[in-house]
Design a protein around this ligand. Structure first.
Ligand SMILES: NC(=O)c1ccc[n+]([C@@H]2O[C@H](COP(=O)([O-])OP(=O)(O)OC[C@H]3O[C@@H](n4cnc5c(N)ncnc54)[C@H](OP(=O)(O)O)[C@@H]3O)[C@@H](O)[C@H]2O)c1
Length: 403
């Protein structure tokens, strides 16, 4: 009986040659496509003439770089659980909105607190991340303030998933997009959206500190107490207060005392080896009942200590930025201000604070915090947040490089 062998497919020499030629052609084509694409982007950047398309989902006209159909995002998939998604939908751009491709994101305590304690997460999956710097990738039809390719920074509001900074492309209202001040590196601009903006608005909007007039110490004997002088927010607050004419006293560890002194604190109380009462007494002795403004950047316990340290006679404005329970007894002469950074996004008039901050940065009057840069993009964010949680960065700001 004749045995029938399955026929082997025969691939002759010439066939391999054909396959190799085809592969070469495909490779050449995709390289030239890539080149064409980068030439196109470069061309758009140079001419600054946006292409205009219509975004069907929002039915508005947008000017855009070549942006992908999907993007990568670090999402909070379930309570307490992050996941990297490679197919996360691209955010759509409304007529007065801007899409930014993130180059750097700043990490903040709120990022891990909201996930660990499950707040500020309207639904799952959700994207967190409050501040970033990058390049304008699309603009809505009514936007005239920026064009494609401009380098910018922004500060975002958690309620819009498109504005979560732990994704490749972020969409925000145009008034919340700011140019990177001269002399500020793009990676450092990623820390302006939370710490710098919070310090600016807390002082100028809520605590009634005047904008800088150029004459230091115009408020004479009055003091601002910053409990947590080395926190990134405290570093900005110290400098802005000094430039605005207010004398600053801070509470720090011995290790960060010189940092606050360099930034302009008139007196630094070193807390190491002292009881809480001793720290409070030292503040009261130095300021002689003249602390009329205070910020707490540490927590409920130090918020109470700050209340013990401020003036007992004069009116006091106090901003507990790191939580103070509603049950805390507050002296009658103290007004407690609830700092709501969402107001920057919800109320356009608050742009004046970023303008004022921008002027100080443009003039090189504010020293930026030392950065601790982390590579690895979205994959490195969780590790960075763990570092932040340990709380031993000694005044360094964690920034993740996205690309
Ligand atoms: N919108 C808002 O309401 C808002 C905005 C920004 C920040 N915040 C809150 O403000 C707080 C600070 O944020 P951040 O990012 O600026 O902080 P950060 O840079 O992470 O602060 C870390 C620093 O805190 C200092 N610290 C720790 N315990 C202290 C204590 N008992 N007394 C004095 N200093 C102490 C440590 O420096 P030493 O070595 O000097 O102790 C440490 O280097 C956080 O709770 C954050 O959630 C709120």
């Amino acid at each position: 009986m004749a045995e029938t062998q399955p026929r082997r497919a025969h691939v002759g020499r010439n066939s391999w040659k054909t396959v190799r030629t085809l592969l070469r052609k495909i490779r050449t084509k995709s390289v030239s496509n890539e080149k064409a694409q980068s030439n196109l982007i470069e061309g758009i950047r140079k001419s600054s003439t946006p292409t205009t398309t219509t975004d069907e989902s929002t039915n508005v006209s947008v000017a855009e770089f070549a942006v992908p159909g999907m993007q990568k995002a670090l999402v909070v998939a379930r309570k307490g659980e992050y996941e990297i998604r490679h197919d996360f939908p691209m955010p759509t751009v409304g007529e007065d909105e801007i899409m930014i491709r993130g180059h750097y994101v700043g990490l903040n305590p709120i990022d891990w607190k909201s996930v660990d304690y499950n707040f500020c997460l309207p639904e799952f999956p959700w994207v967190t991340g409050r501040e970033m710097s990058g390049v304008v990738a699309q603009v809505g039809s009514s936007v005239t303030s920026f064009k494609l390719g401009d380098y910018v920074w922004t500060s975002t509001y958690y309620k819009d998933v498109r504005a979560g900074c732990f994704q490749e492309y972020v969409v925000v209202p145009s008034h919340t997009v700011l140019p990177i001040p001269s002399g500020v590196p793009i990676e450092a601009a990623a820390c302006l959206g939370v710490a710098a903006l919070t310090a600016s608005m807390t002082l100028w909007k809520w605590l009634g500190v005047p904008f800088p007039q150029g004459s230091p110490n115009s408020e004479g004997g009055q003091w601002l107490l910053i409990w947590g002088g080395s926190t990134v927010t405290g570093q900005f607050a110290t400098q802005i207060a000094r430039l605005s004419g207010i004398k600053v006293i801070t509470v720090n560890s011995a290790e960060t005392k010189s940092l606050s002194e360099r930034l302009g604190a008139s007196y630094v109380v070193v807390r190491d080896g002292k009881s809480d009462e001793e720290v409070v007494d030292e503040i009261r002795t130095i300021t002689n009942d003249n602390t009329t403004r205070a910020i707490d950047l540490v927590g409920p316990k130090t918020a109470k200590l700050a209340l013990d340290a401020v003036s007992r006679e004069k009116p006091v404005d106090f901003a507990p930025l790191a939580m103070m329970p509603g049950s805390q007894i507050v002296p009658e002469n103290v007004e407690v201000h609830t700092v709501e950074m969402k107001q920057f996004v919800l109320d356009k008039s608050n742009v004046r604070y970023t303008e004022e901050l921008g002027k100080l940065l443009d003039k090189g009057l504010i020293a930026l915090p030392e950065l601790h840069l982390i590579d690895g993009g979205l994959h490195s964010i969780q590790g960075g947040l763990e570092m932040l949680k340990k709380g031993n960065l000694k005044g360094k700001k964690l920034v993740v490089r996205m690309s």
